[in-house]
Design a binder for this molecule. Sequence first.
Ligand SMILES: Cc1ncc(COP(=O)(O)O)c(C=O)c1O
Length: 454
Amino acid sequence: MTNGLPAKLKPAARVTGQRQDVWSIINEAAAASPQQPIVNMGQGFFGYNPPDFIINAAKAALDKVDCNQYSPTKGRPRLKKAIADAYSPFWGRQLNPDTEVTITTGANEGMLSAFMAFIEPGDEVILFEPFFDQYISNIEMPGGKIVYVPLHPPKDGPTTTSSAANWAIDFDELEKAITPKTKMIVLNTPRRLLLFLRLIRLGIPPYPLPSLLLTIKTDNPVGKVFSKEELQKIGDLCVKHEIIILSDEVYDRLYYVPFTRVATLSPEIERLTLTVGSAGKNFYATGWRVGWLMGPAPLIQYVSAAHTRICYSSVSPLQEACAVGFEQAEGEGFWDQTVRDMRGKIARFVAVFDELGLPYSDPEGGYFVMVNMQKVQVPADYPFPPHVASRPRDFKLAWFMIQEIGVAAIPPTEFYTDANAWIAEDYMRFAVCKEDDVLEAAKERLRGLKKYIK
Ligand SMILES: Cc1ncc(COP(=O)(O)O)c(C=O)c1O
């Protein structure tokens, strides 16, 4: 028997091999906590609605007969056109909505479709660590092998506090990771990078600095905005070795420093690049599950083919609403407003960590704040359930905060391989995309950590 199923009906290894994911652990702990209602700063869903012009478009779509039926598998023409029109200025040419854009059920299913389209068992995919956890299963399901490549600190090391942009990929290492089987590389930009500077300013390096720098290298949740030069070099390597670039740009409207879209660097790089977007992230509607991929027709056609086999087509009325979103966002001043609002939320929330003397990241993009909790001492005899006791210290911190403080946050070691999990085990990730009163409630509760800070 396997978990109550007879041997013949045992589930596939692709789902049984996985330990319980961080989202279930944290959400279940939050629901069962004695501190109710819990202040949930964990998962990156928004605590407020999309703007009225988008909500109203969704309501209106429900009144249209065709919006309640299947959409074309590649997406509704109106949404593909709206996306092509919105992104053409960045590309410097008109994107073809019929051949260069395909709509997916969120960015996540879009990326799964891309891997399903191009990865055969044994093909290799290069990933920067830490990573968005969904990449792993999405690559492994079609049988892909993941090759991890880390970033490294600037050569002048700990004394250089002025140029976070100098954190670099070791391009020799990246090139060595490339084999004849390397089919794809995954990038995730924009992200955030300023934790290093902040920690130095506060004089609290929690590790020897080279290790500290490793903690803030790339990717959701701790992140880095790849510089244009880095992207150019990655792109050139991909051109040289014929590798598809899957560029996850779901936070592409939430950046606070300039960022480069890798596909726009050269026609040779564009030929190999699939750019991933998320209406959920853009319009505060993660539950709508509307995403897309943009790229050259010869790549996009196979992503569409995989998507058709995975879920046929994506939810119709919400595609229609997202089309209106793209058509009107600029005119409504929405893209500027979203940046202003998020920066305000970040500033409002991090004030409590200044008060507590806990160092934190100052995001360059997105809405996650990483806080170093090395100074928070959990009582030695604190009773953790086995599924938490067996995980790194950040899981225990997260559990402790849920039980004692009533605030849920995400332990970031989930985004590392086991070998490197130690790097992130003193950190906690908070999502600040919540209403201001929720942020204030979180701050008030987090002040309760004071008695545990040594
Ligand atoms: C880096 C990154 N990529 C992709 C996604 C998934 O986006 P979607 O909700 O559109 O599937 C997320 C969601 O948190 C993310 O953080």
